[in-house]
Ligand binder design. Structure first.
Ligand code: PLP
Length: 349
């Protein structure tokens, strides 16, 4: 007999990117936003710190849901809120995929998906990306038990158009198609406008990347109210209060500050495109990015070597020791100054 459940004993967990404690690094390894959160977020959280923390937060996140529904042009019954989109994904896997076989996903995608599969007894059918790292949508026409795709995909940064997503959703009626849009604000086309037409589409989003709030832990799912009700059933069987009081008020302020969001998001797109141009001139292969990171390959030098050399120079990027992508580095887009330092360091290496 073992101390652990059979499941716990066999789990291989997700490994997040390094968060160094000494703070002297230029951090281009976890796709965080280099800009601070909107000042209105800090103000809202400061104001909320007080006696109210004695009480449980609103389990429905009603005010936050209303603000997000307005932003998305939908209603509150279309919105699910969770403790970061990782939690939202976990609940979506339990709600739609648990115990099922042949759930379609790309072979190269967010590495948390296979972890949820093993935790929730889902058998994934991994579909290889094409040679150029794009998704062939014809591979996703008519699945047995649903589809999950990150769009833009991670770590490739490559996006499908809304029409391409619609083709997959339309061909999979009666099965959940989950689109993880963690990076969509950096140039992708969101599938949210399709939610009213397709009752099998669930779009997952987060404030961690484009709202500079990775530390606050707020994510959403957007979909037909039947899908959202199912997710609430699962959520309320685990934890009624996953989103704390401060996160709810901070998230609300972040959604409302459209101006700050637009400015920082466009800045990152600009710096990304400048960095891409410089790297192409230096002979790097850079996939066409619609995200706040780029996926790059040096034509000669080994990626792990460059990763280590950058680390010595106090610059962190992400290296995946995984088939097909071990010759590439994923580099988050920092400020213009940070990216200059990155380019300079690469040139020295
Ligand atoms: C960062 C990321 C998430 C998780 O975001 P959180 O909301 O911080 O949990 C989800 N999906 C993808 C593809 C991501 O890269």
């Amino acid at each position: 007999m073992s101390l652990f459940s059979e499941k716990a004993e066999s789990l291989i967990p997700y490994v997040p990117g390094e968060q160094p404690k000494d703070g002297v690094y230029i951090k281009l390894n976890t796709n965080e936003n280099p800009y601070p959160p909107s000042p209105t977020v800090i103000e809202a959280i400061k104001t909320a710190v007080g006696d109210k923390l004695r009480l449980y937060p609103d389990p429905e996140c009603s005010e936050l849901k209303k603000v997000y529904a307005d932003y998305m042009g939908l209603s509150e019954e279309n919105i699910f809120v969770g403790n970061g989109s990782d939690e939202v994904l976990s609940i979506a896997f339990q709600t739609f995929f648990m115990g099922k076989k042949d759930v379609l996903m790309p072979d190269i995608s967010y590495s948390f998906y296979p972890v949820y599969c093993s935790l929730y007894d889902v058998v994934a059918l991994e579909i290889p990306l094409k040679e150029d790292f794009t998704i062939d949508t014809s591979d996703y026409i008519i699945s047995n038990n649903g589809v999950i795709i990150a769009n833009p995909n991670a770590p490739t940064s490559v996006a499908l158009s809304r029409d391409q997503i619609e083709g997959i959703v339309a061909a999979n009626r009666g099965r959940a198609v989950i689109v993880d849009e963690a990076y969509v604000d950096f140039g992708g086309e969101s599938a949210v406008p399709l939610v009213n037409r397709y009752d099998n589409l669930l779009v997952i989003s987060t404030l961690s990347k484009s709202r500079s709030l990775a530390g606050l832990r707020v994510g959403f799912a957007v979909g037909n109210k039947v899908l959202i009700e199912g997710m609430n059933r699962v959520k309320n069987s685990i934890n009624s209060y996953p989103v704390d009081l401060l996160a709810q008020v901070g998230a609300k302020a972040a959604i409302l500050d459209r101006e700050y969001f637009e400015k920082t998001r466009l800045d990152i797109i600009k710096v990304r495109d400048q960095t891409t141009e410089q790297l192409l001139k230096m002979g790097y292969d850079v996939l066409p990015s619609k995200a706040n990171f780029i996926f790059i390959k040096n034509p000669e030098k080994n990626a792990e070597y460059i990763f280590k050399k950058l680390r010595e120079k106090k610059i962190l990027v992400r290296y995946f020791k995984q088939e097909r992508i071990s010759d590439r580095l994923r580099v988050s887009i920092g400020t213009a100054e940070e990216m200059e330092a990155f380019i300079k360091a690469l040139a020295e290496i």
